[in-house]
Design a protein around this ligand. Structure first.
Ligand SMILES: CCCCCCCCCC/C=C\CC(=O)SCCNC(=O)CCNC(=O)[C@H](O)C(C)(C)COP(=O)(O)OP(=O)(O)OC[C@H]1O[C@@H](n2cnc3c(N)ncnc32)[C@H](O)[C@@H]1OP(=O)(O)O
Length: 282
């Protein structure tokens, strides 16, 4: 299922690159000059978070952490989509063991990214609904390209985003805006996201987004890294503590919710809608 990672280091002159995994669902590139690692999700067409992608993201985050990089930027290899969230096929007529593993790994990815001590930023080079928004809001800074959408649209699918999943969103948005957005399944346009503070900057291309993320991470160059890390974790400790207390029950809640006949019906209809959209495009 998950093969051991092959790490190939390229010369230390110029940007250093190591391919994260044998399956290549993510790559990690560390800029030797800045020491910043860029984690790129590469599961076409939309970086749907299936079990393998989630395992790969988690391993790449751990790899970056162990490599003591100066910061982490997360982005996507897809030209139009940062990440479409959970792979809906994993939730439709699911294999129960796999469904359990998918949700556990989504938790693990969030926990690893939200709780990492180094500076983090998301170069959101395309749409970022649901699990895509989760990744972006786990980071400390967000730069997004124009004409895309970001938000938590779970209620549209008949599922309820648990507290830990919403906590990054709530760190950024006023409670009132977050509550309304979640209950309405609102996907913010890039401009709306900037206006509400859900993203920090707009960039005209992925490259510019990565540069702006790197500039944000660079702002910490003169700050004591230990003091910075402890301060960040102090802000996030309560959400993490609550998450660890509830994570097992949360898996059970997810399984029982997804297995409900009416939710399965809703997920099936949603999938049909996505397919019809494609047919209409052709
Ligand atoms: C207290 C109780 C606790 C209970 C716990 C339950 C908690 C549940 C919380 C769940 C949390 C997270 C859930 C999710 O992440 S659900 C996923 C939600 N994602 C979406 O709704 C996104 C759907 N996709 C889109 O809106 C669009 O595809 C896009 C991302 C905007 C891109 O648009 P596009 O025009 O560029 O591409 P499009 O033609 O639509 O898609 C290309 C192909 O990709 C397929 N696809 C898109 N999204 C997904 C997906 N999420 N999963 C699987 N497949 C996806 C799409 O069907 C096309 O496929 P094909 O080419 O037709 O085969």
């Amino acid at each position: 299922m998950f093969s051991p990672r092959v790490v190939s280091l390229v010369p230390r002159t110029g940007p250093r690159r190591f391919m994260s995994t044998a399956s290549k669902l993510t790559t990690v590139e560390v800029n030797d000059k800045t020491g910043i690692a860029t984690l790129t999700m590469c599961r076409p067409p939309v970086n749907g978070q299936n079990l393998e992608l989630l395992l790969d993201i988690k391993s790449s985050i751990k790899e970056i952490e162990n490599d003591s990089s100066r910061g982490l930027i997360i982005t996507s290899a897809s030209p139009k989509v940062f990440c479409a969230g959970l792979d809906i096929l994993e939730m439709h007529k699911p294999d129960q063991q796999r469904l359990r593993a998918v949700w556990t790994e989504l938790q693990n990815v969030w926990c690893a990214l939200y709780g990492i001590s180094m500076p983090t930023a998301a170069a959101i080079n395309g749409h970022a609904p649901a699990g895509g928004c989760l990744l972006a809001t786990a980071c400390e800074y967000r730069v997004m390209v124009p004409d895309c959408r970001i938000g938590l649209n779970e209620t549209q699918l008949g599922i309820i985003a648990p507290k830990w999943l919403v906590s990054g969103f709530l760190n950024i948005l006023p409670k009132r805006v977050a509550e309304r957005a979640l209950t309405q399944s609102r996907l913010f346009t890039t401009d709306e996201a900037l206006q509400e503070g859900l993203i920090d900057e707009i960039a005209n291309s992925k490259e510019e987004a990565v540069e702006k993320c790197a500039a944000f991470i660079g702002t910490f160059s003169k700050v004591n890294p230990v003091a910075r890390a402890l301060t960040k974790l102090q802000f996030r400790a309560e959400n993490l503590r609550q998450f660890h207390k509830e994570r097992e029950q949360d898996v059970e809640n997810f399984l029982s919710l997804v297995n409900r006949p009416e939710v399965q019906k809703g997920i099936g209809a949603y999938l049909e809608g996505l397919k019809k959209k494609k047919a209409n495009k052709q």
